[in-house]
Design a protein around this ligand. Structure first.
Ligand code: CTP
Length: 398
């Protein structure tokens, strides 16, 4: 059994917390980083202590919290030296201005200047401050030297006003951190990922569908983006947040629409990952008006197009990954799908096994290739997505 791959395992993250109302979210960010087995060391500015205590951050990180430039005169060199990545969340207009202007008058701003690795900043401020040309110019300047900005988002701000200035969601900051530390082994690759269920309508208000949430497909799309690919996500109905940095997002309802969207975008595509659960049947006729409950209802179904099978038959097809969601440990059925649908990889999972299946954040997969089968332990769908993309990269190289 192959081990799970935690992207941030053993990474040293130096987290700067500055004086914004979003400072309390640093605790959640630290928790999420530690879930990924990263080690977090926090540097607080004096202003941030008005919003959160150093004790909270010390307890969350399990490490000493730094703040004073002269406590240990070498910490502005030693802390960055041991870090794999610096993140400033929240980043106030003041800290952004100091960084862009090369000012080093406290521990965090000094560390930012002495660090030569990747830096992620998550701005957080009132929308008027964010729109100020000086702040925008400073952000441009930082961007031009490779500093990665995440957010801010539009929303209700602490002052009660609506506008762009709210710190990015912790999940977005996590995604940006992971992406910054990820290898770019899929750069220049064009990838189509399908996700979620489709809906086959009986009448304008009723449809048949399935329990797919889209979580596995969206996790695969995020993994491909992190690794530098151009990703087109074709998704059935899903409540999930659309991943950032997609090349395009295409929302579809029926299996036929999904098929058409895939084929419309197939030219020049290197890899297709069919993580969707398209409905296999659709009513032969869709009524134009709502079916009356007094009607005697007999529904006849026809098969929908089998997208995977259709791509598998193409002469010059992209690298093809299919999924086999089975009820029970039916690896034999998954192996048959690999051959019948002529895919390069089939990802098997038993949707009845605990922790696998619908609308959960974990999965237990086996990656089936022509001459190889690799079972994995129960892991998060993000980890499963990384494992799948490792297999894809190996297959491209082999
Ligand atoms: N799939 C597809 N088009 C469909 C149905 C499924 O491309 N109309 C793809 C899925 O995205 C998945 C794979 O086929 O990658 C397997 O889907 P699954 O429902 O497990 O298998 P089926 O092809 O429906 O076969 P069976 O009903 O025999 O299990």
């Amino acid at each position: 059994m192959k081990n799970r791959k935690k992207l941030l395992k053993n990474k040293n993250i130096l987290l700067g917390v500055t004086g914004g109302v979003a400072a309390y979210k640093a605790v959640d960010l630290i928790r999420r980083l530690k879930d990924e087995e990263a080690s977090v060391t926090v540097i607080m500015t004096d202003a941030s202590k008005n919003f959160i205590t150093s004790l909270s951050l010390e307890i969350a990180s399990g490490n000493r919290v730094y703040s004073d430039l002269f406590d240990n005169p070498m910490s502005h060199i030693n802390l960055p030296r041991n870090a794999d990545l610096m993140v400033v969340a929240p980043a106030t207009a003041n800290m952004i201005g100091k960084f862009a202007g090369g000012i080093a008058d406290d521990l965090l701003s000094t560390c930012l200047l002495s660090f030569n690795g990747k830096v992620v900043i998550a701005p957080s401020m009132n929308w008027r401050m964010y729109e100020n040309p000086i702040v925008q110019e400073n952000l441009e300047r930082l961007k031009s030297i490779g500093i990665v900005q995440v957010g801010p988002e539009k929303g209700t701000l602490a002052c009660g006003e609506e506008g762009v200035g709210r710190m990015a969601e912790v999940s977005e900051i996590m995604e940006t951190i992971k992406s910054s530390l990820s290898s770019k082994d899929l750069s220049k690759k064009k990838i189509i990922v399908t996700a979620g269920p489709t809906r086959e309508y009986l009448d304008p208000v009723r449809f048949i569908s399935n329990r797919s949430s889209g979580k596995m497909g969206y996790a695969v799309a995020r993994a491909c983006i992190r690794r530098g690919a151009d990703v087109i996500l074709i998704s059935g109905h899903s409540y999930l947040r659309t991943p950032g940095n997609l090349k395009s997002f295409i929302s579809v309802e029926t299996s036929q629409e999904m098929r058409d969207a895939v084929f419309k975008n197939l030219r020049g595509t290197d890899i297709v990952i069919m993580a969707a659960a398209p409905a296999d049947f659709s009513p032969e006729t869709k009524r134009k008006t709502k079916i009356d409950k007094m009607d005697k209802l007999n529904i006849h179904f026809k098969n929908t197009p089998d997208i995977l099978l259709e791509i598998g038959r193409l002469r010059n097809r992209p690298l093809l990954v299919g999924f086999a969601a089975e009820t029970g440990n039916r690896l034999d059925r998954a192996r048959t799908k690999l051959l019948q649908k002529k895919t390069d990889i089939i990802v098997f999972n038993d949707v009845t096994s605990p922790g696998s299946g619908f609308d959960v954040d974990t999965n237990r997969i086996t990656i089936i290739e022509k001459n190889k089968e690799t079972p994995f332990p129960l892991m998060t769908k993000d980890e499963a997505a990384e494992a799948i993309m490792d297999a894809v990269v190996n297959s491209l190289q082999g």
